[in-house]
Design a protein around this ligand. Structure first.
Ligand code: NAP
Length: 484
């Protein structure tokens, strides 16, 4: 396969929080992969920064170890890794003090793209933006990248937006939702808008309902301090699941430009009806024989934080009236699998003798673990003995279809390069985030006012019984995670 990698412009990327988990697991290894394929120009430089007192050589050593851990045997020639590491610098900077800022300013060059990636706690976002601005580091075309979570409710998101916009224009602010960097998620847009087959059917006349599932098999261990204050609604639904819903439900943008795409997504969020309590199932995984449950890790033995949410969401517009979107996400579920399943209406009539009810086609956009697209169809069961029908999946695994040399690109790789290219299409705009909080806030507030516990569910299950009922009462059923 011919690679069409086009180098980006020369850049200085300042990575705040460079000694942290995300930087070492995702951002720096991602940059290395882009370097290997030739996307980083020779003069590009990555300047790591954090409070830790370490030399440039020590920092490079930690980056090297992180890349080796991620890439294993596929790391490639040592000289390529050494070349990449030679582009890395380190400055000790305290985000909440004066230390290091002058040294950082002295390292930045004027004639290149300047990007500041804030891989630090969100409580530091506004202060770092302010110091970049006050120190004259935030030039007119520099970019600032902020990680999730973006606020914990509408008010905090508005405050954060105001803090960032006081120092940077909206076109300079890149709010990451790494789900948007996943190959399949972008493929959903390609599938819908680069093919003529699907779009005429993409409405409530033909689609019965949509299921969006993000299932995790791990619990909250190691992340409890953050998670117990957040819960599944804030951690997953308000951002990732809403984003997936938007890309599935949005009208075709007139162009593939950042604002045209994001305008359409905002319209979807603004069309979401409030979700009544009876359309929501909230769960918390429980301790089982000899095992541990949510409350063993939460730090608060009476925590009412949900580790599972399922809900029926209505997009109140012409296209989707009568076609609900069911969202579901949780921890300690049967498997780590995520997908968008578009369930078409059943054929209206059966012409085949001795064949009962025919089920509608299902288009599955699989996000993880094995990214790909599947279409469930009904065909003739081969062989003699009369005409029998059988459901089979037309299956396209990207890894197989695109060949062995197309290593799946991690979402962070793509997103960091998009920042350098100045392409905001896959980043959330400020009004979009606020619209999502405007929809999510009343749901969370209603839970805060209640005193009951979320419904317990077993580790390795598909979530609490209430979630199954949400579908059953509508005469539908959840797809088994991993059903294909
Ligand atoms: P982390 O491991 O705790 O790293 C935090 C980083 O911030 C460290 O490099 C730390 O280095 C630096 N730091 C802390 N206080 C500082 C200060 N006052 N001045 C300068 N640097 C400071 O956190 P993380 O898990 O990498 O997460 C970083 C961000 O990404 C957070 O916003 C998080 O919500 C988001 N995120 C993380 C993940 C993930 O998988 N880890 C996933 C999605 C989003 P020093 O202590 O040396 O200063």
């Amino acid at each position: 396969m011919v690679s069409r990698v086009i180098p980006v412009e020369p850049f200085d990327l300042v990575l705040f929080g460079a000694t942290g988990d995300l930087a070492h697991r995702k951002i720096l290894p991602g940059l290395f992969h882009r370097f290997v394929v030739g996307q980083m120009p020779d003069t590009a430089r990555i300047i790591g920064s954090a409070r830790s007192d370490m030399s440039v050589e020590e920092f490079r050593g930690t980056v090297r170890a992180a890349i080796l851990e991620q890439a294993g045997d596929e790391v490639g020639p040592e000289e390529v890794l050494a070349d990449f590491l030679s582009r890395i610098d380190y400055v000790r900077v305290n985000a909440t003090g004066d230390e290091g800022w002058d040294e950082l300013a002295g390292k930045l060059r004027a004639d290149r793209v300047r990007a500041f990636y804030l891989s630090v706690a969100p409580s530091l976002f506004a202060e770092i933006a302010e110091r970049l601005h006050a120190g004259g580091l935030a030039t007119g075309d520099s970019r600032i990248v902020v990680e999730k979570p973006f606020g914990r409710d509408l008010q905090s998101a508005q405050e954060l937006n105001a803090g960032l916009r006081a120092c940077f224009d909206e076109h300079q602010i890149y709010r990451i939702d790494h789900y948007l960097g996943k190959e399949t998620v972008q493929n959903l847009m390609a599938l819908r808008f680069a093919n003529s087959l699907f779009e005429p059917l993409w409405n409530s006349t033909h689609i019965d309902h949509v299921q969006i599932t993000v299932a995790e098999s791990l619990g909250i261990e190691g992340r409890e301090a953050y998670y117990d204050k957040s819960g599944a609604m804030r951690d997953m639904v308000q951002n990732h699941l809403v984003q997936l819903l938007c890309l599935t439900a949005m009208e075709p943008p007139s162009k593939f430009t950042p604002n045209a795409v994001r305008d359409e997504k905002v319209k979807v969020i603004e069309a979401l009806d409030p979700v009544p309590d009876e359309d929501i199932a909230r769960g918390q995984y429980r301790a089982e024989k000899g095992g541990d449950g949510y409350l063993d890790h939460a730090g608060d033995p009476s925590s009412r934080t949900e580790s599972f949410v399922a809900m029926k969401v209505r997009v109140a517009n012409w296209r989707w009236s009568g076609t609900p979107f069911y969202l579901r996400t949780g921890k300690r579920l049967r498997a780590r699998e995520s997908e968008i399943a578009v369930v078409f209406r059943d054929p209206p009539h059966t012409i085949f003798p001795n064949v009962g009810h025919l089920r509608g086609n299902v288009l599955v956009i699989r996000l993880q673990p094995d990214e790909g697209i599947t279409l469930r169809t009904t065909i003739k069961d081969p062989g003699p003995g009369g005409l029998r029908l059988k459901e089979v999946s037309l299956d396209m695994s990207f890894a197989e279809a695109l060949g062995a040399d197309s290593r799946p690109q991690d979402a962070y790789e793509r997103l960091v390069m998009d920042v350098i290219r100045g392409d905001q299409t896959l980043f959330m705009r400020g009004d979009e985030v606020e619209a999502a909080w405007t929809w999510a806030d009343p749901i969370i507030r209603a839970w805060d006012e209640r005193t009951d516990q979320p419904t317990p569910y077993d580790t390795g299950s598909s979530g609490p019984e209430d979630a199954l009922m949400l579908m059953h009462r509508d005469g539908r059923r959840w797809r088994q995670v991993g059903e294909g």
